[in-house]
Design a binder for this molecule. Structure first.
Ligand SMILES: N[C@@H](CCC(=O)N[C@@H](CS)C(=O)NCC(=O)O)C(=O)O
Length: 223
């Protein structure tokens, strides 16, 4: 049965990007609507119990929330599995989707850091997480677990995208010497589903967002 999907979005949200990537990997058409998170419409508050995007509307009457739940729903109901069949491997993949969420929190700490010390601390915390990944991801690549794109890759595409913008104005050293992570990052950068998960204005929108934070990163941008 063919469903109609509407992805309720925000232009910068990395969790929305996960859902957009999975929909594209599955090759299904979907409509995308953007809402103002500073002025959430009533219908959105009713449909999304945590009042967060992404929200996936399926046909006229079903609303699904939480990016991991949405990604797994799409994976289970559309052909072309993006999670492994083996239960232990599947559990490991789910755990690394959560690992990506923790890295997103760390990225928030990096761009919100009020001074150089807090910025360096946040960068070191992120570096430790990527060092871990460099040891454990598939060394033949190009993706998290080898040649097949998975839900973990859908979660990490938006993670690496932040650094494409950060590196324009700020050297973090986070990926120095991490060859497997660097190759993975490049593979995700080139993946059409990842590229098309945001609009062309994403880098400008992110820069404007960062300028308004008035954080140490904002100082680096001005330097
Ligand atoms: N755990 C959620 C996180 C989603 C999330 O944090 N969304 C943010 C935007 S990136 C949001 O909607 N924030 C609105 C708010 O907290 O009021 C998921 O994986 O979907």
């Amino acid at each position: 049965m063919t469903h109609q999907y509407t992805l309720v979005s925000h232009a910068l949200c990395p969790y929305v990007q996960r859902a957009a990537i999975v929909l594209q990997e599955k090759g299904v058409a979907f409509e995308r609507i953007t809402i103002d998170l500073a002025d959430k419409p009533d219908w959105f508050k009713k449909a999304s119990p945590l009042e967060k995007v992404p929200l996936l509307k399926v046909d006229d009457d079903q609303f699904l929330f939480e990016s991991a739940a949405i990604a797994e729903y799409l994976d289970e109901t559309l052909p072309g599995r993006l999670l492994p069949e083996n239960p232990e491997e599947r559990a490991r993949h789910r755990a690394y989707v959560e690992f990506a969420s923790q890295i997103l929190n760390g990225i928030g700490s990096l761009y919100s850091a009020g001074d150089e010390i807090a910025f360096r601390k946040a960068a070191l915390n992120l570096r430790a997480k990527f060092e871990h990944l460099d040891k454990m991801i598939d060394h033949d690549g190009p993706f998290f677990s080898g040649s097949d794109f998975s839900l973990v890759d859908a979660a990490f595409g938006p993670v690496f995208r932040y650094f494409d913008v950060f590196e324009d104005f700020s050297y973090t050293g986070i990926f120095d010497g991490l060859q497997s992570v660097k190759r993975w990052r490049l593979a995700l950068f080139n993946r059409p589903s990842v590229r098309n998960a945001v609009s062309e204005t994403y880098p400008t929108l992110l820069r404007n967002f960062l300028i308004k934070r008035n954080s140490w990163m904002t100082t680096l941008m001005a330097a």
